[in-house]
Design a protein. Structure first.
Length: 356
């Protein structure tokens, strides 16, 4: 496990495009910014030794199918996957976030994703005690987060085009921690959706895979407009628009002349076709009353949830272990121990989700 560099951007971009339906999309300037800030982790394997095709042919051995090493190079690295995350989310020092995580298809179910998570937890700041992510409800990545010990706390509506639901997962990353209070935002206003979204808690006794209501901004105003059209309020205006008086025309010698009305000016001649400007996307905002109600619901619900411990133990142990004096177990960028229980296989899936 190592921090990402600019040389890894092509690998990240190619792997992201193969799994764009689950991962979402980050353009190259965004990826470059994440690399510059140190928010990218790369998992790779190192093969040592030197291969010589000529020596194999002289000895009568079949040609090796392994990738060849450059002359004078004693190591060959293969990238397995990447993780993009940050140890600070929504201006909260105790909460980190994972934006994307993806493992190449041929290296899945090999504990790669679990070790990426463990490395991200270990390199986070000392005050970071929670980690979260947004994951679309209809993809298999939710099973992965559940096996890692993440708890589904809340949900929100996704983009209007895909008609999805996003699940908010959260985990206490310190080993043995059972007192850090859970938290989730009552509204998100950024991310790839670029619109306001109300965040609601998952009701007790409801599984994260069950159907959830979609609350999108602007739907109340649209329904009012539909009702007004049905009642004929807009129909009168359209009829008036259609019955505009046509200008008087005079045709002489194959030419047509437009006679303006008294006090009316003729439009200037257009020398070229007008280029229609692309309409700017207007950011939809939620009703402030709904935002206030969602915030109050969040606060009341968290009081009950934090009083009763939730089951947050997963199938695999990826928590962060601190020494007795509270120092870091490892420094940023150094090699980290592999995930325990190697006999178990990790169902590594290609996705986290798009962050808000």
């Amino acid at each position: 496990m190592r921090p990402g560099t600019e040389a890894d951007i092509d690998f990240i971009d190619a792997l992201q495009k193969k799994n764009h339906k689950q991962l979402g999309f980050m353009n190259r300037p965004m990826l470059e910014g994440k690399v510059t800030l140190g928010h990218v982790l790369i998992a790779e394997t190192v093969a040592s030794g030197q291969l010589s095709v000529a020596s194999e042919e002289r000895q009568g051995k079949p040609k090796s199918s392994a990738p060849l090493l450059a002359p004078g190079n004693s190591q060959l690295t293969t990238r397995l996957g990447y993780l993009i995350g940050n140890d600070r989310y929504k201006h909260r020092d105790e909460l980190g976030v994972i934006f994307q995580m993806c493992v190449a298809t041929e290296f899945r179910r090999s504990l790669v994703a679990g070790n990426l998570l463990k490395s991200q937890f270990e390199r986070s700041a000392y005050g970071c005690k929670l980690y979260c992510c947004w994951c679309a409800q209809d993809i298999e990545a939710n099973r992965f987060w559940e096996s890692m010990g993440f708890v589904p706390l809340a949900f929100r509506a996704g983009s209007a085009k895909r008609d999805r639901v996003h699940i908010f997962w959260q985990k206490r990353i310190r080993a043995g921690d059972s007192t850090t209070p859970w938290w989730f935002p009552s509204k998100t206003a950024g991310g790839s959706i670029r619109e306001d979204r109300i965040v609601l808690p998952i009701p007790p006794g409801t599984h994260w895979s069950d159907a959830k209501p979609l609350i999108l901004p602007g739907k109340l105003e649209e329904s009012k407009q539909v009702l007004e059209k049905k009642h004929g309020r807009d129909a009168r205006a359209t009829k008036k628009a259609k019955t505009i008086e046509k200008p008087a025309l005079i045709r002489r010698n194959g030419l047509t002349f437009d006679i303006p009305k008294q006090g009316e000016q003729l439009p200037e001649a257009k020398c070229a076709k007008e280029v229609k400007a692309k309409p700017q996307r207007v950011k939809q905002q939620c009703d402030p009353r709904l935002v206030a109600a969602a915030r109050e619901l969040r606060d009341r619900w968290l009081e009950q949830v934090n009083a009763v411990p939730l089951l947050d133990e997963g199938k695999y142990d990826v928590t962060r272990k601190l020494s007795e004096n509270g120092a870091h177990a490892t420094d940023r960028g150094t090699a980290l121990p592999v995930l325990g229980t190697p006999s178990l296989l990790l169902a590594a899936v290609p996705v986290v989700a798009t962050a808000a």
